[in-house]
Design a binder for this molecule. Structure first.
Ligand code: ADP
Ligand code: ADP
Ligand code: ZN
Length: 214
């Protein structure tokens, strides 16, 4: 299975990805997680990405594309994949198409998670993330069993710096301007599956699985 997960910040991409990669036994490639891991480890890539992430802007295309291409080429054979948070611009989508064509790997579907603006703000400001394994929680909608501690690995939870109200507004504008046009791009190619992301987490997962298996 070769999937892309799209949707505005806070739509629930990372949350649904955690379940989908288990169900379909495919590797999860999240560009946001890759940047945050690099930042924690203090690599040059992490430090470069931070300049943009802190402002809610996109990391330049050439940087992101080369990271994703490296990941795709390091996959063991044709294992399938779930790309989460990539592509986010038209040039990224075109670069991905070219690379997949070289590899002879067609996409199975592009899952677009739709949520209204107000929901997004509430989700992002209440989001907490595990420092160790990147699992995602929400103070109200998906709390960990012990406050501040990851259920999966026991790591500490933190609030992302770019989940402040001010940066969230900028990220939404960036999404509308640069990423939203990709919905049409994939619709034209017959790959788009849109699901209502305003339902509860298990209902969204179910809607995704039903639409993938149709
Ligand atoms: P969210 O899931 O909340 O939308 P991500 O974790 O996917 O956020 O991304 C966090 C930040 O990392 C983005 O705001 C952006 O700065 C950077 N980033 C992640 N993926 C990409 C991408 N495909 N292109 C450019 N920048 C990206
Ligand atoms: P994205 O990767 O698209 O930015 P996340 O998966 O990180 O989004 O979800 C953003 C926040 O909203 C997290 O705190 C997550 O626990 C919460 N969340 C995700 N899906 C739902 C849902 N269907 N209902 C309520 N809260 C949700
Ligand atoms: Zn964890």
């Amino acid at each position: 299975m070769r999937l892309l997960l799209m949707g505005p910040p806070g739509a629930g991409k990372g949350t649904q990805a955690e379940s989908l990669v288990g169900k379909y036994s495919i590797p999860h490639i999240s560009t946001g997680d890759i940047f945050r891991t690099n930042l924690r480890e203090g690599t040059p890539l992490g430090l470069r990405a931070k300049e943009y992430m802190d402002k809610g802007q996109l990391v330049p295309d050439n940087l992101v594309v080369s990271i994703v291409v490296d990941r795709l080429e390091s996959l063991e054979g044709d294992s399938g994949f779930l790309l989460d948070g990539f592509p986010r611009t038209l040039p990224q989508a075109e670069a991905l198409d070219r690379r997949l064509q070289d590899l002879g790997w067609g996409l199975d579907a592009v899952v677009n998670i739709e949520v209204p603006h107000q929901t997004i703000i509430e989700r992002l400001t209440g989001r907490r993330v595990c420092r160790q394994c990147s699992s995602t929680y929400h103070l109200k909608y998906n709390p960990s069993q012990v406050r501040g501690i990851c259920d999966t690995c026991g790591g500490g939870l933190y609030q992302r710096e770019d989940d402040s109200l001010e940066t969230v507004q900028e990220r939404l504008e960036v999404y509308n301007r640069q990423t939203q046009p990709l919905i049409e791009y994939y619709r034209e190619r017959g790959l788009l599956l849109s699901v209502d992301g305003s339902q509860e987490i298990p209902a969204v997962l179910n809607a995704i699985i039903v639409s993938l298996e149709k």
